[in-house]
Design a protein around this ligand. Sequence first.
Ligand code: SF4
Ligand code: F3S
Ligand code: FES
Length: 248
Amino acid sequence: MNRIPLRQAARTLRIQILRHNPRDPDSQPRLQTFEIEEADAMTLFIALTEIRERQDPSLQFDFVCRAGICGSCGMIINGRPGLACRTLTRDLPEQITLAPLPAFELIGDLSVNTGKWMRGMSERLETWVHSQNLESLDIDAMEAAMEPELAEQIYELERCIECGCCVAACGTARMREDFVGAVGLNQVTRFRLDPRDERSDAAFYELVGDESGVFGCMTLLGCEDMCPKDLPLATQIAFLRRRMAATT
Ligand code: SF4
Ligand code: F3S
Ligand code: FES
């Protein structure tokens, strides 16, 4: 006889959130606990939205796409960086603690300014194709076909969504404000691979051949463990470091 499986009772989640508004001189960092009933296929993003709509409209957190694409919803989830929109509450215990990503400017509660950090990194590493053809608007040369395997390799590295989880998970980034992080070194690897970019290895060395770049990485591996896009970050950094060491 087929038995109909008994439906498990919904859990009551206790979500503890680190609250702080740095623009309010009277605000002190504090943990605030909210209780909500868990729903089927509930993500942390849905839980936070429910808290904001039904319990506290002042709760700050970021999101845009709700699909793991925009990189806005990174936060510390029970001690580990992750994306709220891709984290199912059923994969977490009933007691959940949320905090903003460290290493980034705090906007308020769970909202941090990853955009400012990423822009600074991007300007410093000049993360765009450097090419005479681009300057002379030689579009045919810029659109010349590249080997599919190489295009695939570049595409793999371009899957980064700049969520900041690798920076938040990195001990070096926490100790050195000028460290470009696994996300920055991933960008350098991406443009080094690109045949349209005319920069030499020596030029890339100028950008990241010191302790704020490849030689600051202590191979702690948190970046690769926490990257929601499963990018091979530590492997790329090790490869880049070997190339840079050979450049000197
Ligand atoms: Fe996020 Fe991964 Fe990109 Fe780091 S490398 S910013 S963890 S997607
Ligand atoms: Fe940091 Fe990743 Fe290196 S965690 S120390 S960038 S291997
Ligand atoms: Fe876009 Fe989570 S809301 S990645």
